[in-house]
Design a protein around this ligand. Structure first.
Ligand code: NAD
Ligand code: MG
Length: 396
């Protein structure tokens, strides 16, 4: 019986994880569920899974949840804030931590799981992007296990030979082909981008996901973050990671070997598949996903990405080869810009505009500690917010 903590239980990945786990009550026991402020949903999840701990990032929400639980499930311990999130990621009775908080807010709890040597199912790509090698080093030092949940990286992991950590050329791999659906605006004329609404940007053609990653998919910043994620997870450089537009989202990524062989992982677009893979690895369990019907799919298409249409992808490639705070700055500016777009403060083309302006006004610094990361993140967020105010005042 494996003890599981789900960081971000109320989100899209969290809900899919609980769906897979509910199929195997004899294998997995929920120790802790966490959310930011969705009291009702976390309460219902507590009724179903009866964890030992329920944590709310937001202190006020934690008080309300504790009050609601006190009559009916008084044995569930309610914790609050970052300390609570870090605590449940490191409990002794926890074997597996699903890291599914969105954004850099997931950094400290995911790091806590790494420092306690857990199996980390990593959905929260922003943690990897901002903490980079510092996070990978913590994983290694503490003998934690890092299993990718992002469908592309999970696919790559499945196609990689053993010992890929040594470096790709030493294990016979030439490059990674990272597939992308291209998002909802693959063929929308660029002159119409200013009229894109948050609802349109969140309507992904193949995947149902949280709002932030949906907007990232629409700008292709998601693929950019994934290029950086691939470099860190598979110990390689951005020139060895090729983005391939594949609108059907059937091939989730590929690995090309020195002899010319290309291995691919195919599946229906359903996050329960990588979640089930990483939960049970190296075994296999049922995920509940629909099986792949190649006759129904009939054809698979591929094309090269258009960096002019999607400048965020170009920014991420430029950032991927730097070992200073460039990725932290880009990620922070993107998080702030996406939130502003979702709030109708800026237009869709304002997202790359805010990122590029933030990048041009801040010189990346060297980062050696978690405190360095947090202060660079803060510095970039403040500047990005100021840039958004200027745009809103029509001065930009
Ligand atoms: P979501 O918005 O649906 O859920 C986010 C979860 O994080 C919620 O439970 C929310 O309560 C919690 N949260 C948000 N801010 C928080 C904070 N400040 N403190 C504590 N908790 C906080 O997001 P999602 O789509 O499930 O994505 C989660 C992560 O997984 C993201 O990093 C995303 O890039 C990655 N991912 C998601 C998918 C997908 O299919 N949804 C696929 C690949 C990768
Ligand atoms: Mg992905």
């Amino acid at each position: 019986m494996k003890g599981v903590t789900i960081l971000g239980a109320t989100g899209s990945i969290g809900i899919n994880t609980l769906d897979v786990i509910s199929r195997y009550p004899e294998k997995y026991r929920i120790v802790a569920l966490t959310a930011n402020s969705e009291i009702e949903r976390l309460y219902r999840q507590c009724q179903t899974f009866h964890p030992e701990y329920a944590v709310m990032g937001n202190e006020l929400a934690a008080e309300k949840l504790a009050e609601k639980l006190s009559d009916v499930m008084p044995d569930i311990k309610v914790l609050a804030g970052m300390k609570g999130l870090e605590q449940v990621a490191s409990l002794e009775q926890v074997d597996i931590v699903m890291a599914a908080i969105v954004g850099a807010a997931g950094l400290l709890p995911t790091l806590s799981a790494a420092r306690s040597g857990k199996r980390i199912l990593l959905a929260n790509k922003e943690t990897l992007v901002v903490a980079g090698q510092i996070f990978i080093d913590e994983v290694r030092k503490n003998q934690a296990e890092l299993l990718p949940i992002d469908s592309e990286h999970n696919a790559i992991f499945q196609c990689m030979p053993d010992n890929f950590e040594q470096g790709l050329s030493s294990v016979g791999v030439r490059r990674i082909m990272l597939t992308s659906s291209g998002g909802p605006f693959l063929i929308t004329p660029v002159r119409e981008f200013s009229a894109i609404t948050p609802d349109q940007a969140c309507a992904h053609p193949n995947w149902a996901m949280g709002k932030k990653i949906s907007v990232d998919s629409a700008t292709m910043m998601n693929k950019g973050l994934e290029v950086i994620e691939a470099c860190l997870l598979f110990n390689t450089t951005p020139d060895k990671v090729q983005v391939v537009i594949h609108p059907q989202s059937v091939i989730h990524s590929m690995v090309e070997y020195l002899d010319g062989s290309v291995l691919a992982q195919l599946a229906t677009p359903d996050m329960r598949i990588p979640i089930a893979h990483a939960l049970a690895w190296p075994d296999r369990i049922e995920s509940g996903a629909e099986r792949l019907d190649l006759f129904k799919i009939a054809r698979l298409d591929f094309e090269a990405p258009d960096f002019d249409r999607f400048p965020c992808l170009a920014y991420a490639y430029e950032t991927a080869s730097q070992d200073n705070s460039a990725a932290i700055i880009m990620n922070a500016a993107n998080e702030v810009a996406v939130a502003a777009f979702l709030n109708h403060d800026i237009l869709f083309p304002g997202i790359p505009q805010v990122i590029s302006k933030t990048q041009s006004e801040l010189t990346p610094q060297s980062v050696e500690t978690i405190d360095d990361i947090l202060s660079e993140d803060q510095r970039a967020r403040e500047l990005a917010k100021d840039i958004i105010k200027e745009i809103m005042n029509g001065n930009c």
